[in-house]
Design a protein around this ligand. Sequence first.
Ligand code: KIV
Length: 520
Amino acid sequence: MSDDKVYIFDTTLRDGEQSAGIGFTIDDKLQIARQLAKLNVDIIEAGFPASSPGDREAVAAIAREVKGPVIAGLARAHFDDVDHAWEAVRGAETPRIHIFISSSDIHLAQQLRKNKEDVIEMARAAVSRAAGYTSDVEFSPMDATRSDPEFVFQIVQAAIEEGATTINIPDTVGYAIPEEFEALIRSITERVPDIHKARISVHCQNDLGMATANSLAGILGGARQVEGTINGIGERAGNASLEEVIMAIRTRPDFMHVHTDANTRELYPASRLVERLSGMAVQPHKAIIGKNAFRHSSGIHQDGVLKMRETYEIMDPATIGIPSGSNIVLTKVSGRHGLRARLGELGASPDDAEFERVYNAFKDVADAKDEVDDRDLMAILSEQTQIQVDEAWTLDLVQVSSSNHGSPTATVRLTGPDDDLYEDAAIGTGPVDAIYRAINRVTQVENELTEFSVKAVTEGIDAQGEVTIRIEAHGQTFQGRAADTDILVASARAYLHALNRSIQAAPEAPNAVPITAPAG
Ligand code: KIV
């Protein structure tokens, strides 16, 4: 199987979610999967169904609801995993089961504690079971680039004999060098007798910063599927960034001689969505979608670009979906129509309820600032399109007293799930700590704050501060985000978003009932 189309396999929801600190909700995953369908990726790896009931549910929901791409579920080479994966993906238009088992000596000896024959048998058995469920089966020899190539040839041939139709070669620890990886892929096309029955895929991690280069080298060696994630998120240093791979293929057809079916104009919206739902900020100089990727600072470059864009730009930002600036200026006198139009230009289409919340929040920010720019809007959108919880605590009042002597004290008044007001106060090591302690006294949700970050959304003294926090509660991670021109208010709201999510995930949590009396 060899033509000039490279299939795009997105694993943002599986390997991407393995990034330390990311925990998508089912709703987040559905939003991302819908955007990936708009981007027209060929395959969405929606999760690892055997890993948790939540992941099974998310994969099944995506399989049911997201049409177009193949929906894949990951499985170890165990029958239970394969069965879970099948149960989760079977509702998809085109379901795929993706099986992996390690092939390197170090993994076999130290992790699996199995010999090569046993591993080949496990791979055969798992692939054969999956092939009994679906004709679309992918097989990956994990840590292939540190494996004995002869063993990789053998295990890949065995997987194809049992029915694998995609053979994925992972550079699991990001160890490969492009020329070497290209040679490995080429040797697979030459040394595996039945390789013509399968499509070769590559899955490159970024530990040495070469994930994109290795993916492209894999294509040159004969691969026709590339796995990666939006914004390059993923285990450790992340995966190949799909936006980089897709735009490299599009920008250099003269060299690559392949194409993808990706709708590149959806790359920027996809990147922004993943950034906001993952809470993992994109570095400004990130290729393709970073804030600075199309900004020119030096006089010589500015002069060139003003004369002709192509003097210093190899891609047209419009083809990536980067908004070109707008003639709609949003201020406190702007109306719903202008706001909706601008959101549309930014690739956002909130539903009616979300739009009302965005509009109200926009009005609050517009009251505090002369002009609400795109970055303000994205911060508002990020907060207001977070999953909404029915039985939620909301902020009615936060008041903090802080000085260079003595302990900061915070008073909070919250509207409870029963619509009554609850009030309490606490002292803390700092104003945010005091607020969180006061909120804890009211909500009584046991949790640990594991991450707190605040960044200015725009320049200037009237900038909004965007707060992102993560908490751990009943063994799960929950994220909350909020933006406000007052960072203490944003901190309180972000915390409540995370707490509400944790309450929704475990409504039976013993401490989820207020102990303080209603204040009003
Ligand atoms: O990095 C890796 O080896 C993987 C496989 C499961 C494809 O993620």
